[in-house]
Design a protein. Structure first.
Lengths: 661, 153
C-alpha cells in the first residue's frame, strides 16, 4: 500500500503542476483569467507537500526493505545498516530523480509561500514557468522511471547497494547538491517570469538574489562535500578528477556564481539587465544538462549507473524544450529590455563584468571539454579529456579573474580613479611579490603552484582590504559575507597549490615490522589482520605513524570485500594535522621477498595543507550564508517598518469616518 | 571608453568585448582539445600506428593469460595486453584494481615508452558486474575473437 500511496501522491502532484501552469498562464493573460490567480500559490504549496509525501513513502519502503518494490529489491539488502538503507533510496536512478523533482516542487512551493515583493503578475508568470518545467520531469519520472514499480514475485533478498555508496558521504552529498542544483530552477523561473512580464528591474534583482544565493550555498557545500568524499572514498588520493559528473556540478556553480555577481550589479546600479536574465536561464540549463549527462548513462564515468538510451532521449527532449524555449523567449524579448545605467571600465561594475566574462569563459571551456568525447565518438574516435586540457586552459581565464577579484571590491560603483586605490593596490602587489619569492625559494619553479601561491596571497589580503577604515561593528553582514567568501577562495587556492607542489608519495611492499618514510612521517607496519563488518570482510593494516620523530599514532586502512553485490573497495585511513593529512591505503598481498617473508602493498601520501581546499569551500559557503541572513533580516525589518508606516496612514483618515458613524 | 560614450555604444562595446573573450575561449578550447585529448588505442592500432613516445593515451584490451608478472619490488607488474591481433607489453607500478586478473579486460592510462613498453600510470578494470569502462563493453567481440584463436591453435 505504501508504494501505491506514493505513486498516487506523485500523479496528483503532476496534475496540480498542470493546474498551476494553466491558472498561472491565464492569470498572466489577464481578463477573466485573473480570477484563477488565487489558485496558483495554494496549488504550488500543495504540490510541494504531495511530492514530499511521495518521497517520504520511498524512504519508508527503503527503511522497511520492502522487496516487492523493484527499486528496493534492486538496490537494497536487509543486512545493510539502517542509515544506508535510507540513503540508498537516492543512490539509484529512480530515487535520485524523485529527489530531484521533490527539490523542484519544494523550491516552487517555498517561493509561492513567502515571496510577495514582486508584482503579482510577474509572480504568476514565475510560478507558471516553474510548473511548466516540473511537468516535464514528473512525466519523465512517471513514464520512464517509476520508483514505485512492483516486482512480482518479490525476491527473497535484495541485490544490495554499490559499496562505494555505502558511506556517510552519500547521506549528505546528493541532497545538498540537489538542493543547489535544482534550487536554481527558481532563478530560471524568475528570469522567464520577468521576461514575459517585462519587469527586469533592480527590484526584481533584489528579489531573485537571495534565492540564487540560497541555491548557490547548497551547491558550494555539495561540491565541497563531493570532492572530499571522492578523495577519501576512492582511495586515489586526488580531490578533483575533472570527471564529467564533477563537471556537471561545477558548470551550474560557475553560472550561478556569475549570476550572483551580475544580480548584484542589477540590484545596486540597474545595469547588466539582459545579461542577468541570460545567466538565470543558463544556470539552470547547466543543471539540466548535468542531469542529462549523469542520468542518461552517456558518459564513461564511475558515477553513471543508469544505462538506458530511452531515458537519455527523454531528458534530451526536455532539455530541447526548456532551454530552447527560454532562449527563444530571450531572443524575442531581450531587445525590449531597456538599457541599463552606464559605467566606466574602472569601476566596481567593470570588475564584475570581468568576473562574469571570465566565469562564462571557464564555463564554456568545461562544457566543451565535457562534451568533446561524446562528439568525437559520433565520428568513431574515442578520446578522453582530462587535467592536461582543463588545468592550463581553465587557468588562462581563472588566474586573471583572481587578480581582478583581489582589486575589484576596492573600487567604487560607476567610476573610480586609479590614484584613489593606489595604496591598497600596492599593498596587494607587495604581498603577491613576497609570496612569489617565498614560494619560489621553498619549492622551486613549478609554474602553476607558484602562480597559485602568489594569487592566493594577493586574494587573501585583497579580500580584507574593503574593511579598512570602517568600524568593524557597523559593517553590514552582506559585506562580511563577501569578505569571507573571497577569503575562502584564497584558502582553497592555497590548499590546491600546496598539495600540488609539496605532496610526497611512497608505494612499497612492506613486511610486518618495516618502517616507511614519507615526508616528515615515519610509518611502521605493525600488523595485518582480517576483520569483518555487517556486510563485508576486510584486510586491515595497523600502521603506527610518527610525525617528525614524535609519538606515533595508530591508523587502520582496510581493503574491504563486500558480498552483496560482490565488490572490493579500499578504505583509506587519514591522519589529519593542522598542516596537512597523511593518507594511507593498503592494497593486497605482494609476492614474498627473497627470504620468503610475506609482504603487503602500501601506498602512502603526505599531503601538506590539502585540508585547506575544503576549509576554503566551507568558508565560501559560510560567506554566502552570512550575506543571505543579512539580506533576509534587512528585508524583514524594512517590511515591518513599511507596514507600520502604512498602518499609521490608514489609521489617520479612519478617525473622522468613525466620528461620523 | 569612459563616460563620454552614449549608453548604446557602451553596451555595444561591452557585448563585443564579452563576445571576443568568449569566442577566444572557444577557439582556445578547440585548439587545446585537439592537442590534449587523450586518445584510445586497442593493441592492433597501437602496433600499426603507434602514438608518439610520451604522449598521454589509453590502451584497452584483454590481459593475456600467463603474462602477468610481479617484479621483485612487489609493486611493479608487467603484463601483455592483446586484442587477438596484436600484443603490447605494459608496465605498471601501483596497487592494481581488485578485479584486474589475467583474461579480463583492462584500460591502461599512460604513454608508450621508448622501448615499446606501455608505461601505465593508472589501470581501470571492470570494477563490479554492473559497471565497466565503456571501452571494454565492445571488447566482448575481441574477446570472442581471442577465444576462437586460442581454441583453434
Amino acid at each position: 500500500m505504501i508504494a501505491e500511496l506514493g505513486l498516487a501522491a506523485l500523479w496528483l502532484a503532476a496534475a496540480l503542476a498542470a493546474l498551476q501552469l494553466l491558472a498561472g498562464a491565464l492569470a498572466v493573460r489577464g481578463g477573466d483569467g485573473e480570477t484563477l490567480a488565487a489558485l496558483v500559490r495554494p496549488t504550488a504549496v500543495v504540490q510541494a507537500l504531495l511530492c514530499t509525501l511521495a518521497f517520504g513513502m520511498l524512504l519508508w519502503l527503503f527503511a522497511r526493505t520492502d522487496l516487492s518494490v523493484a527499486l528496493v529489491a534492486n538496490n537494497s539488502h536487509s543486512a545493510k545498516p539502517m542509515i544506508y538503507k535510507i540513503t540508498g533510496a537516492w543512490g539509484n536512478h529512480e530515487g535520485s530523480m524523485l529527489l530531484w523533482v521533490t527539490v523542484m516542487a519544494l523550491s516552487g512551493g517555498l517561493i509561492a509561500l513567502v515571496e510577495r515583493r514582486l508584482p503579482e503578475r510577474t509572480m504568476m508568470a514565475t510560478l507558471a514557468a516553474q510548473a511548466f518545467v516540473a511537468i516535464g520531469f514528473y512525466a519523465f519520472l512517471l513514464l520512464a522511471s517509476n520508483p514505485f514499480e512492483r516486482l512480482v514475485p518479490a525476491p527473497a533478498e535484495g541485490t544490495g547497494l554499490n559499496p562505494l555508496l555505502q558511506d556517510i558521504g552519500l547521506a549528505l552529498h546528493p541532497p545538498t547538491l540537489y538542493a543547489g542544483y535544482v534550487g536554481l530552477s527558481v532563478a530560471f523561473s524568475f528570469a522567464v517570469g520577468a521576461l514575459i512580464t517585462r519587469q527586469v528591474t533592480p527590484d526584481f534583482a533584489k528579489v531573485m538574489r537571495p534565492w540564487v544565493l540560497g541555491a548557490w550555498i547548497f551547491l558550494t557545500l555539495g561540491i565541497t562535500a563531493g570532492s572530499y568524499w571522492a578523495y577519501y572514498e576512492l582511495g586515489w588520493g586526488g580531490w578533483w578528477f575533472w570527471d564529467p559528473v564533477e563537471n556537471a556540478s561545477l558548470m551550474p556553480w560557475l553560472a550561478a556564481t556569475a549570476l550572483l555577481h551580475s544580480a548584484g550589479v542589477l540590484a545596486a546600479r540597474d545595469a547588466l539587465r539582459a545579461w542577468t536574465i541570460m545567466l538565470g536561464v543558463v544556470a539552470f540549463s547547466m543543471s539540466m544538462i548535468g542531469t542529462f549527462l549523469v542520468r542518461s548513462g552517456i558518459l564513461t564515468s564511475v558515477h553513471a549507473f543508469a544505462v538506458d538510451p530511452e531515458r537519455g532521449t527523454f531528458i534530451l527532449a526536455l532539455l530541447a524544450i526548456y532551454i530552447g524555449g527560454a532562449l527563444v523567449l530571450f531572443a524575442l524579448r531581450a531587445n525590449t529590455v531597456a538599457e541599463g545605467e552606464r559605467f566606466s571600465v574602472l569601476s566596481r561594475e567593470g570588475a564584475l563584468v570581468v568576473n562574469n566574462v571570465a566565469l562564462s569563459a571557464i564555463l564554456g571551456i568545461v562544457l566543451l571539454g565535457t562534451l568533446y568525447p561524446l562528439l568525437t565518438e559520433a565520428f568513431g574516435v574515442r578520446v578522453s579529456v582530462g587535467p592536461p586540457y582543463f588545468n592550463p586552459v581553465g587557468a588562462i581565464f581563472f588566474l586573471p579573474m583572481l587578480v581582478v577579484l583581489a582589486i575589484g571590491p576596492l573600487l567604487r560603483w560607476r567610476q573610480d580613479r586609479l590614484a584613489r586605490v593606489r595604496g591598497p593596490m600596492l599593498a596587494i602587489a607587495a604581498t603577491a611579490v613576497l609570496a612569489l619569492l617565498v614560494a619560489w625559494w621553498i619549492m622551486g619553479a613549478a609554474l602553476f603552484p607558484l602562480l597559485g601561491m602568489t594569487l592566493a596571497a594577493a586574494v587573501a589580503i585583497g579580500s580584507f582590504l574593503p574593511l579598512r577604515g570602517r568600524s568593524l561593528r557597523r559593517v553590514p553582514s552582506p559585506v562580511w559575507g563577501m569578505v569571507i567568501s573571497h577569503f575562502g577562495v584564497a584558502v582553497a587556492l592555497f590548499g590546491m597549490a600546496a598539495d600540488t607542489a609539496f605532496q610526497t608519495e611512497r608505494l612499497v611492499a612492506a613486511r610486518v615490522g618495516d618502517t616507511v618514510e614519507v615526508g616528515p612521517w615515519a610509518i611502521t607496519l605493525a600488523s595485518v589482520d582480517p576483520v569483518a563488518g555487517p556486510n563485508w570482510t576486510a584486510l586491515q593494516a595497523d600502521l603506527h605513524a610518527g610525525y617528525g620523530g614524535g609519538a606515533s599514532q595508530s591508523i587502520q586502512p582496510q581493503a574491504r570485500s563486500f558480498w552483496t553485490p560482490p565488490q572490493q573497495t579500499s578504505e583509506a585511513a587519514l591522519l589529519t594535522r593542522w598542516n596537512g593529512q597523511l593518507y594511507a591505503v593498503i592494497g593486497g598481498e605482494a609476492p614474498n621477498d627473497e627470504a620468503g617473508a610475506t609482504r603487503w602493498q602500501l601506498r602512502l601520501w603526505w599531503k601538506p595543507f590539502v585540508t585547506f581546499i575544503w576549509y576554503g569551500g566551507v568558508l565560501i559557503a559560510l560567506g554566502g550564508a552570512l550575506a543571505l541572513v543579512g539580506r533576509v533580516v534587512g528585508d524583514v525589518r524594512r517590511r515591518a517598518a513599511r507596514s507600520l508606516i502604512e498602518e499609521r496612514r490608514v489609521d489617520t483618515p479612519r478617525e473622522p469616518a468613525e466620528a461620523l458613524a | 571608453m569612459s563616460t563620454g560614450l552614449k549608453p548604446k555604444h557602451q553596451r555595444l562595446v561591452l557585448v563585443v568585448l564579452a563576445l571576443v573573450a568568449l569566442v577566444g575561449a572557444g577557439l582556445l578550447a578547440a585548439w587545446a582539445l585537439r592537442n590534449q585529448a587523450n586518445y584510445f588505442y586497442v593493441p592492433s592500432d597501437m602496433v600499426a600506428t603507434p602514438p608518439e613516445v610520451g604522449q598521454a593515451v589509453r590502451l584497452g584490451g584483454m590481459v593475456e593469460t600467463g603474462s602477468l608478472v610481479t617484479e621483485p619490488d612487489g609493486i611493479t607488474v608487467r603484463f601483455v595486453v592483446g586484442d587477438g591481433e596484436a600484443r603490447v607489453p605494459v608496465m605498471f607500478s601501483g596497487i592494481v584494481p581488485d578485479l584486474f586478473v589475467e583474461g579480463s579486460g583492462v584500460v591502461a592510462e599512460g604513454s608508450l615508452g621508448p622501448d615499446g613498453t606501455f608505461q601505465a600510470t593508472n589501470l581501470l578494470a571492470k570494477h563490479d558486474e554492473n559497471y565497466m569502462p565503456r571501452e571494454l563493453e565492445d571488447m566482448t567481440v575481441a574477446q570472442a575473437r581471442e577465444t576462437v584463436a586460442e581454441t583453434s591453435e
